[in-house]
Design a protein around this ligand. Structure first.
Ligand code: AHR
Length: 494
């Protein structure tokens, strides 16, 4: 068989460094993400460190989360940080109003897991914390005090309180969200009102030591345009957020594990929307923000299938199709390394497209975990312009390239990730570099799996990577990609 597709890595055409925060994650007080998945009570059956399950911590720290966003999501604009500090027995129990919707039973927030616990989690898994402040139902005063509590180096009432809570040194939290989805669950604002609130919040939060702010954007371009037109002071915005879920809020793509041929390809085509959303947001910033110093934060993204509802804590299976689609999205991030500064897959544990699932006794990695692991060499490396010449599958929402790829150059080698989105056919992909390939090695994921296969406690080990079949031919390399699979190849060249 001769190669079906070509990936041309333009070794001399550097895009930018891939910010490691682009491989970030998100943990919300919702379903079993925090409670059960990370934080457990003393009588649980798993080993714990600082109240957190060690099995989850081990998986997350092996992966390297890079950045973790918390406490929401929609929960963020209903959260008052003071409820979650101090002696645990004194913390108030509150209704978790947003995620209580649709639940048959009452749904409460115990506040056992708060700021100190979250920051301890970040230290355990070596992640940069990214806190989302409450703009929707909070005040600038509350938000700026949270910044002071976390970051102030001096001797104030709040820094004394922090010391009493076990942290005499500042936590140095760099990233601060100013509300979440404020056009919807975060307060149903119009863009002008949000812009005026944002200005007040961001001004005082920055004064208190919030180095980098994230403003709430919208994939409806008009929101971003009207927000910047009203704001007039773009220096207060360091990042503009983009949220994109695919699978549920759009064309029918089946469920996580049951889909026909049309739904299979439509799902991938829908995932391409993440790249389009980033491009739209960049274009709006360029036109309306009067500064090019604003980066994109895709601070929620991933597969959301129809079966994930608030009633079941947004849980769904995590299939090979989901994981291969995530690989394509991460390639799209690499192609836009000069604009995207952070991204957070939703969500880290048990919820939506999680990387770790748990039950009462064990934690295990999902297929998406394996993709993040395979993509690790890209984080912090320099993205290279990469041109993919492949066949396209026609779908009713647009054409889908059957092969996705991206490349970065690190200290020792060029690293190329390439995935085959064909449902049933193998593809043989030629990868060329400006120089000649001297040596190469690589791994491939999901060779022995169907797209609908998903991980569970007793089969999760079967989703780890195998050695890829790679040949060097005429100075380039050729890699065999089974249907619905993804490979990571390290290349030394002249
Ligand atoms: O991740 C689940 C929810 O999706 C988040 O709380 C919200 O921001 C988004 O709509």
């Amino acid at each position: 068989m001769s190669p079906t597709d070509t990936v041309r890595v333009q070794t001399h055409d550097e895009i930018d460094r891939v910010n490691p925060n682009v491989h970030g994650h998100f943990a919300e007080h919702l379903g079993r993400c925090i409670y059960g998945g990370i934080w457990v009570s003393d009588d649980d059956q798993v080993q714990t460190t600082d109240g957190m399950r060690e099995d989850t911590l081990e998986l997350l720290s092996d992966l390297g989360l890079n950045q973790l966003r918390w406490p929401g999501g929609c929960f963020a604009d209903d959260y008052h940080w003071r409820d979650g500090i101090g002696p645990r027995e004194d913390r108030p129990r509150r209704p978790n109003d947003f995620w209580a919707q649709g639940q048959e039973e009452t749904y409460e927030e115990s506040n056992e897991f708060g700021t100190e616990e979250f920051l301890r989690l970040c230290r355990h898994v070596d992640a940069e914390p990214f806190l989302a402040a409450n703009l929707g139902s909070g005040s600038p005063e509350e938000a700026r005090r949270w910044v002071e509590y976390c970051n102030n180096e001096g001797d104030t009432a709040l820094t004394r309180e922090r010391a009493e809570n076990g942290s005499p040194e500042p936590h140095d939290v760099t990233y601060w969200g100013v509300g979440n989805e404020n056009w919807g669950c975060g307060g149903r604002f119009d863009p002008e009102t949000y812009a005026n609130e944002f200005r007040r919040f961001a001004h005082f939060m920055k004064l208190a030591g919030a180095e980098e702010t994230v403003a709430c954007g919208h994939i409806n371009e008009d929101w971003n345009r009207r927000f910047f037109a009203e704001l007039t002071e773009p220096d207060l915005v360091d990042h503009l957020s983009v949220h994109r879920y695919y699978g549920r809020f759009g064309p029918d793509c089946g469920s996580a594990t049951e889909f026909d041929r049309e739904e299979y390809y439509r799902f991938f085509a829908h995932s391409l929307q993440v790249g389009t959303d980033i491009d739209d947001a960049i274009a709006t910033i360029d036109t309306y923000a009067s500064t090019d110093d604003i980066g994109i934060a895709v601070d929620e993204w991933g597969a959301w299938h129809p079966e994930a509802e608030s009633e079941n804590g947004l849980e769904q299976e995590n299939s090979v199709r989901d994981a291969v689609a995530a690989a394509g999205v991460m390639d799209d991030f690499n192609h836009r390394a000069d604009a995207i500064e952070m991204a957070n897959l939703a969500q880290a544990v048990n919820v939506l497209q999680c990387v770790v699932q748990t039950d009462e006794e064990a934690a295990w990695p999902t297929p998406t975990y394996q993709v993040f692991d395979l993509y690790q060499p890209h984080a912090g490396a320099t993205a290279l312009r990469t041109v993919v010449d492949t066949e396209e599958k026609e779908t009713d929402i647009g054409d889908l390239p059957l092969v996705s790829a991206s490349a970065t150059v690190g200290e020792d080698a060029t690293y190329v990730t390439v995935s085959n989105r064909h449902r049933t056919d193998e593809r043989m992909v030629r990868v060329t570099l400006d120089g000649e390939v001297r040596d190469t090695s690589g791994q491939v994921l999901f060779s022995d799996h169907d797209p609908s296969d998903y991980s569970a406690r007793d089969n999760a080990d079967e989703f780890t990577a195998d050695d890829a079949e790679i040949a060097i031919e005429d100075g380039s390399l050729v890699v065999d990609l089974p249907p619905c699979s993804v490979a990571g190849v390290s290349i030394e060249s002249t």
